[in-house]
Design a protein around this ligand. Structure first.
Ligand code: ADP
Length: 271
């Protein structure tokens, strides 16, 4: 095989000697590619049977057999969950196979924020206070579709992990002096919070703080992995601050090269 990938490290050995350690990682990369392809193929193959099952469940549930209604409702809920899992797996493998920067399209933030508000209201069903603040007054540059899926996952989590009566706030604002002319999209909640020990691993696929709470909440376990990948593709930084019993803040920091004036024409709207 002609393609060989080396991973190299320079290690100080003595005062004027360095060691160059080269490792052949070609096999590792090939295995990683096989894993990705496998997950993508399985997810893709699961789509059709799931659509069929879902379609027939809808047909059966016509009220003719009232004693079956609760069971059918549960089957529908679970098949919807499976469908969401498949969609999330496909999104992740699409993101993983994209190396380098995503589309450089203008992403209009005013419609993006109203879409997020709509989604938050639908998920919360009146159980939380929802606030959207837009003081940045600029747009972003990147892939509107991927950015929307990242922000939308953060909003969904904020609602899922905040008991009724809590507050969920989305802020789009100018960043601090550490990121001059950059912007932050921040999703904060007054929910359960995340113990510090879990934070380093929280964006891993299927990593969960409390398995039972997360299962009940209806998430797929892939939300934050998607967020991490989308932000990486945009060279943006995810900062998580959390306090158990008080709530969490998920802040996406975008540097100035991802920012564009809002009045420039041609910005696309999210779905
Ligand atoms: P899930 O589908 O389980 O929500 P995610 O990848 O979106 O998967 O999140 C991983 C885990 O991180 C969740 O199971 C939950 O334990 C924790 N988590 C995510 N967002 C929050 C939040 N806003 N508040 C508290 N815990 C959170």
């Amino acid at each position: 095989d002609p393609a060989v990938t080396l991973s190299m490290r320079l290690i100080p050995y003595s005062e004027n000697l360095w060691l160059l350690v080269a490792r052949d990682v070609s096999r590792l990369l090939r295995l990683e590619q096989m894993r990705r392809d496998f997950v993508a193929n399985v997810s893709h193959e699961l789509r059709t049977p799931l659509t069929v099952v879902h379609g027939y469940l809808d047909l059966i549930d016509d009220g003719q057999y009232p004693e079956l209604t609760p069971m059918l409702a549960e089957m529908q809920r679970q098949s919807q969950r499976m469908a969401q899992l498949v969609e999330d797996l496909l999104t992740l493998s699409r993101l993983e196979s994209q190396d380098g920067l995503p589309a450089e399209e203008p992403v209009a933030m005013a419609p993006m924020l109203s879409t997020l508000r709509r989604e938050a209201l639908a998920l919360s069903q009146g159980q939380h206070g929802i606030t959207i603040e837009d003081s940045a007054g600029v747009d972003l540059v990147g892939s509107g579709k991927e950015l929307h899926s990242a922000f939308s996952n953060l909003v969904a989590n904020a609602i899922r992990y905040t008991p009724a009566g809590g507050e969920v706030t989305v802020r789009f604002r100018a960043d601090g002096p550490a990121n001059p002319k950059g912007v932050v999209l921040e999703v904060s909640d007054t929910g359960y919070g995340i113990p510090a020990a879990h934070l380093p691993r929280i964006t891993e696929r299927f990593y969960r703080v409390s398995t039972s709470r997360s299962r009940e909440s209806g998430g797929t376990g892939l939300g934050l992995a998607i967020v991490k990948h989308v932000l990486q593709l945009h060279r943006a930084r995810l900062e998580i601050t959390s306090e158990v019993g008080r709530g969490s803040i998920f802040a996406c920091h975008f540097s100035r090269d991802r920012v564009r004036r809002r009045d420039e024409p041609g910005a696309s709207s999210p779905p």
